[in-house]
Write a protein that binds this ligand. Structure first.
Ligand SMILES: Cc1cc2nc3c(=O)[nH]c(=O)nc-3n(C[C@H](O)[C@H](O)[C@H](O)COP(=O)(O)OP(=O)(O)OC[C@H]3O[C@@H](n4cnc5c(N)ncnc54)[C@H](O)[C@@H]3O)c2cc1C
Length: 434
């Protein structure tokens, strides 16, 4: 491969206590939690809106659960979503357009400078210590410095650029498919069914709806790989959030494949609209009202940390002395990396589990914390803790850790976890209940 060497200058725009890269579910909680501890925070986001998958990705409902007292509960209230059970059977997705404003209000604080349309493109390091980031902006490169940087990019961009140990996908390297989520309105609520996914046994005409969908795919009415038609209710009557399109074999960290995937997903979206209109009772008058500005990425890089958690531990409901997220709960939900539906014939259920602080500390690097779907775990474990409730609680815990590290002048790895636990507990976060 041809390589060139180029050099560039970046103006240092600010020195902060904490930089958070990525303003998704986890990053916004990290930034707000750090700011509430008194830290001066920079929050950098590549898109023109905060929220990540929750807004730009049109992803909902907020699935999974965590112990009481976390920022997840605050956000669910702010987003005005009714109480959800952890798997979403009773839950509704938020209003995506309203969420864009709600989440921008949430991060709008005197202690936080938010940089939108600012993509982290380079990491500043002194030895093995991360000391800041360079943002690619319309003004060219802009540098920000801080003693603690939080990688909340989902794709582990900061960790990768800093030279962290990274894993991707399962043993054969394949990752979960990408999906473009979209909303439709015009569903007749008296007739139009809801299907939350592969665990749903909702029926249509005496038959399991998902089996009916499979028959339609066998007839060629929809492609086989999108035969699991997931139709989530939202807080808006007559609206559904459709989580069905999929393209396999895409590695989102490689720019070459993204366009073709997005094109195929957008073709599938209109094909599904037509299919639903023509075949599903109550859906005769639907129309697409919006779609993600981005292909939704379930899985990309995972950062290897001081501890790598695995799915057996989640299934057993493992407890850890250095817990910072408690009673996390979701299934091991692996959308098939190689085809349609689920990857595993039997869905693995979990017991409420802990996430230990060591999963948030990238091996061999200082000054860096990781949060959200790219923390240190296996492919199967990631398939559970990647949901938004759990990512929010992670972000809050890591934001407090970053602020405490900065104020005490220690690296996150040298912060005694009991100090972090005491602070989270004092805020009302449950870390230790049975
Ligand atoms: C199709 C799909 C359906 C899903 N369904 C559900 C569901 O129903 N319920 C649920 O709870 N979860 C669901 N998930 C999972 C969940 O949405 C994600 O795992 C979760 O949002 C991860 O949160 P995060 O904050 O780690 O990452 P993200 O939400 O991806 O946020 C990362 C942020 O970092 C930004 N970023 C990335 N790189 C850079 C950079 N270099 N510089 C600056 N900013 C950067 C991104 O733009 C983004 O805003 C789904 C995911 C997908 C893709």
């Amino acid at each position: 491969m041809d390589k060139i060497i180029y050099s560039s200058e970046a103006e240092v725009r600010g020195s902060y206590d904490v930089i958070v890269a990525g303003a998704g579910a986890s990053g916004i909680c990290a930034a707000v939690a750090a700011a509430r501890e008194g830290a001066r925070v920079a929050l950098a986001e590549r898109y023109g809106v905060v929220g990540g998958n929750l807004t730009a990705g049109f992803v909902g409902p907020i699935l999974g659960s965590v112990g009481s007292g976390t920022m997840r509960d605050e956000l669910v209230d702010l987003l005005e979503v009714p109480d959800n059970d952890w798997i979403g059977e009773t839950g509704k997705a938020h209003n995506v357009e309203k969420a864009k404003l709600t989440l921008e209000r949430f991060v709008d604080s005197p202690n936080i400078d938010v940089f939108l349309q600012s993509q982290v493109s380079h990491v500043l390091k002194e030895g093995n210590r991360v000391t800041g980031v360079v943002l690619s902006t319309a003004e060219g490169p802009v540098a920000l410095k801080a003693p603690v940087v939080i990688d909340a990019t989902g794709d582990a961009v900061v960790s990768f650029l800093a030279g962290a140990e990274i894993e991707k996908g399962r043993e054969d390297g394949l990752m979960q498919p990408v999906t473009l989520e979209f909303t439709i309105d015009g569903v007749d609520e008296n007739k139009g069914l809801i299907c939350i996914g592969d665990v749903d046994n909702v029926e249509l005409g005496g038959m399991r709806f998902l089996d009916w969908c499979q028959i339609q795919a066998d007839k060629g009415l929809i492609p086989q790989k999108i035969a699991a038609v997931r139709l989530h209710p939202t807080v808006i009557p007559g609206q559904r959030q459709v989580n069905t399109t999929q393209v396999n074999g895409v590695d989102i960290t490689r720019p070459e494949g993204i366009f073709k995937a997005d094109l195929e997903l957008r073709e599938q979206m209109f094909l599904l609209e037509k299919f639903l209109r023509e075949n599903l009772p109550g859906y005769e008058n639907i129309r697409i009202t919006g779609s993600g500005t981005t292909t939704g990425v379930r899985e990309s890089r995972r950062v290897m940390g001081d501890y790598v958690i695995d799915a057996d531990e989640l299934a057993a409901g493992c407890r850890f002395p250095d817990v910072i997220v408690h009673k996390a709960l979701f299934i091991v939900d692996i959308h098939n990396p190689a085809g349609a539906g689920q990857a595993e014939a039997k869905i693995q259920y979990c017991q409420p589990y802990d996430l230990p602080y060591r999963c948030f500390l990238p091996r061999g690097l200082e000054g860096l914390l990781v949060t959200g779907r790219c923390i240190s775990g296996t492919h199967r474990a990631h398939a559970s803790y990647r949901v938004m409730s759990i990512c929010m609680a992670m972000g809050e815990a890591v934001g407090v850790a970053a602020a405490l590290s900065a104020s005490r002048g220690v690296t996150p790895r040298d912060l005694p976890v009991t100090v972090l636990q005491d602070r989270l507990t004092a805020k009302g976060v449950d870390l230790f209940s049975k």
